[in-house]
Design a protein around this ligand. Structure first.
Ligand code: HEC
Ligand code: HEC
Ligand code: HEC
Ligand code: HEC
Ligand code: HEC
Length: 488
């Protein structure tokens, strides 16, 4: 009864404001939305529109081949083609209406969104700028940010300004912004160079790496805010210092808080998403492009190595009245500049698998073991979050989630302690405990649901040779084995 009253009032509110599918969203009761400032709402991108067009990455490649090779096959280059994204985008549009696509595309392919080249989910008929996702000309056309004017007064949903060029009395001039001091003929007549301090700051990345609910403005992904409130921000170690360098330079920046030298920056944008590289490598092989497949394989390996460097485990027995009562496992975030895991915390899974054995190798306790269907048991200690909708029920989709009912991630340089009851069976004198910190991109069933929802132009069989979603690969981030006595 109560529920239907609520539904009725919602419908009245919606129609009184005159909003219907195809129009703009109303904004929540709490947050004021300035639709003149944000013409692409629910994306908060602004575009200084002129006759200066966006340029495809293949043109930049002509003069910046090294940058192109680093960026090619990166998660940014795949942000729009990513089949996991396309499946979810398709579901979003079906559930909420086509206007929500502007929010998603505003971060996954900003140029394709503002130019309205992208008309519907899928890849059909798209030119090389739209399909290239977060390409060169997105970042290097960012001329400003509106982080304080947004509905939540934080960076969110693409709150940056794009200015690919300007019209002058001498004609069109493309302007590309970056870290270099001005010098003559920078850009060799193709573009003007503008020195941009913003490009050396985390705020360049923030507008896309803080994702908010499209209209209720609940922070769904808060990588930037996690970073800002942590120790790396205070020592000026920014996103670029860990994600735009090679692996050893990342380790140095994270361990010693030492900023990379100017010449050490690379366009890898490598994170934890080894699954997306795995799929892209399969696609490149299927298309016969062995060179690209090899480049992507290196990125896959870097993502796995990065995950394996992010955490550490400490295992210790806890005795009560001289007898073993529990084990304590301390899970430490040692190198992620933000919480671990970060971003899509309600989808990603990072969990502890424990196995205790006696002297003869008999298993006396387990926790967090996957069953034959790929499911985790109820009592697994998992570090991530549970989303809930307006009705306070569990939810997975970002257009439904307006709060978290559980949020259990580990802050940068912080830790969480896990206690697990463990008493020794009679006669057992020594126990060996194996603790594993394991990671996968998503629950098997969630991944299957997304990949089942692909738009027609994302043909998994044709592009990837996939007919059935295989078991999602799992990475063991840390494995520790410790033996201890059952009495003290
Ligand atoms: C996600 C944002 C992003 C994308 C995408 C991106 N860049 Fe950059 N680029 C940066 C940042 C940040 C810097 C500054 C890093 C540093 O401190 O050197 C930079 C630096 C540069 C520089 C100047 C630095 C130098 O060493 O000469 C060039 C040239 C450049 N990028 C070209 C490109 C090209 C070409 C592409 C596409 C293949 C590209 N960028 C894609 C963010 C981006
Ligand atoms: C503010 C920018 C932003 C907006 C808006 C946004 N995303 Fe994303 N999305 C991201 C970032 C950043 C990641 C990567 C996070 C990570 O790797 O954990 C991501 C990751 C994803 C992934 C996971 C991809 C994978 O391979 O695991 C899916 C699916 C996705 N987004 C769908 C959507 C949909 C659908 C919408 C619109 C309803 C949307 N996103 C809106 C920035 C955005
Ligand atoms: C005709 C050759 C040419 C093309 C095409 C070209 N650039 Fe450049 N660009 C240069 C040269 C030369 C420099 C000087 C520095 C260097 O060599 O890295 C430069 C410098 C830059 C810088 C540094 C600006 C600064 O002030 O820090 C950025 C960023 C940049 N280019 C981005 C791009 C992007 C993005 C594209 C594609 C849209 C592109 N360039 C296409 C020749 C070119
Ligand atoms: C225009 C929006 C945008 C900007 C600006 C942007 N990103 Fe991203 N970034 C994305 C999206 C979207 C994804 C996820 C794509 C996907 O998973 O399909 C992503 C993915 C990533 C990943 C890979 C995550 C993983 O799971 O492996 C890293 C690392 C990353 N970005 C770092 C950066 C850094 C560093 C900057 C600033 C220099 C930056 N990004 C700026 C939109 C952006
Ligand atoms: C001190 C180094 C460091 C800094 C600084 C840092 N990161 Fe990360 N980042 C990592 C490590 C290590 C991982 C892999 C573990 C993880 O997923 O958290 C990672 C993972 C990620 C991922 C992938 C998450 C996923 O679920 O796939 C994204 C996206 C990302 N970082 C973005 C950023 C952004 C944006 C910033 C700046 C606001 C930033 N990072 C600052 C080290 C760093």
């Amino acid at each position: 009864m109560k529920r239907s009253v609520k539904m009725c009032s919602l419908i009245i509110l919606v129609s009184a404001l005159g909003f219907f599918p195809g129009s703009t969203f109303a904004g929540s009761k709490v947050f004021r939305v300035d639709h003149d400032l944000y013409p692409y709402y629910p994306s908060l991108i602004r575009w200084n529109k002129s006759n200066a067009q966006f340029t495809s990455p293949e043109v930049c490649k002509g003069c910046h081949p090294d940058k192109y090779e680093e960026w090619e096959g990166s998660v940014h280059s795949l942000a729009f083609q990513d089949p996991i994204y396309q499946g979810e985008l398709n579901r979003a549009v079906k559930a909420v209406g086509e206007d929500i696509a502007r929010q998603c595309e505003g971060c996954h392919s900003p140029a394709g969104m503002v130019t309205a080249e992208i008309k519907e989910p899928g890849l059909a008929g798209l030119g090389s700028v739209a399909a290239a996702g977060v390409s060169c000309d997105i970042c290097h056309s960012i001329s400003g940010i509106t982080h304080w004017e947004t509905p939540s007064h934080e960076p969110e949903n693409g709150s940056f300004v794009l200015t690919p060029g300007v019209e002058t009395k001498d004609g069109l001039v493309l302007t590309k912004r970056g870290p270099l001091k001005p010098f003559d003929n920078c850009g060799m007549g193709f573009h003007k160079c503008v020195e941009s301090p913003l490009h050396l700051k985390a705020e360049l990345c923030a507008s896309c790496h803080d994702v908010y609910h499209y209209d209720a403005h609940f922070p769904l992904e808060s990588t930037y805010l996690e970073w800002k409130h942590g120790p790396y921000a205070q020592r000026d170690i920014v996103c670029q210092d860990c994600h735009m360098v090679d692996f050893p330079t990342f380790l140095r920046a994270a361990d010693e808080f030492r900023k990379p030298d100017r010449k050490e920056y690379r366009h890898f944008f490598n994170g934890a998403n080894y699954l997306v590289y795995y799929l892209a490598e399969t696609a490149a092989k299927k298309a016969g492009d062995e060179k690209k497949a090899a480049i992507i394989k290196e990125k896959y390996e870097m993502a796995v190595k990065r995950l394996q460097s992010a955490a550490d485990l400490e295992v210790s027995p806890v005795y009560r009245q001289g007898r073993l009562a529990e084990v304590k496992v301390r899970v430490k975030n040692i190198r992620a500049g933000h919480n671990l895991p970060t971003s899509l915390t309600n989808i990603r899974q990072m969990w502890l698998e424990l196995t205790a054995r006696d002297e003869k190798g008999n298993v006396i306790m387990t926790s967090g073991m996957l069953d034959s269907r790929g499911d985790l048991p109820e009592n697994t200690r998992i570090f991530n979050s549970d989303g809930m909708g307006d009705n306070f029920h569990f939810a997975v989709d970002p257009w439904v989630i307006t709060a978290f009912s559980r949020h259990d991630t580990i802050p940068p340089r912080g830790y969480k302690d896990v206690y697990c009851g463990l008493t020794a069976p009679k006669g057992v004198k020594k126990i060996t405990l194996q603790a594993k910190l394991r990671y996968r991109q998503a629950d098997q069933h969630v991944a299957e649901a997304l990949l089942k929802a692909e738009p027609a132009s994302v043909d998994l069989k044709k592009i990837y040779g996939i007919t059935k979603v295989p078991a999602l690969p799992i990475v063991d981030m840390v494995v520790k084995q410790v033996s201890f006595s059952t009495t003290k």
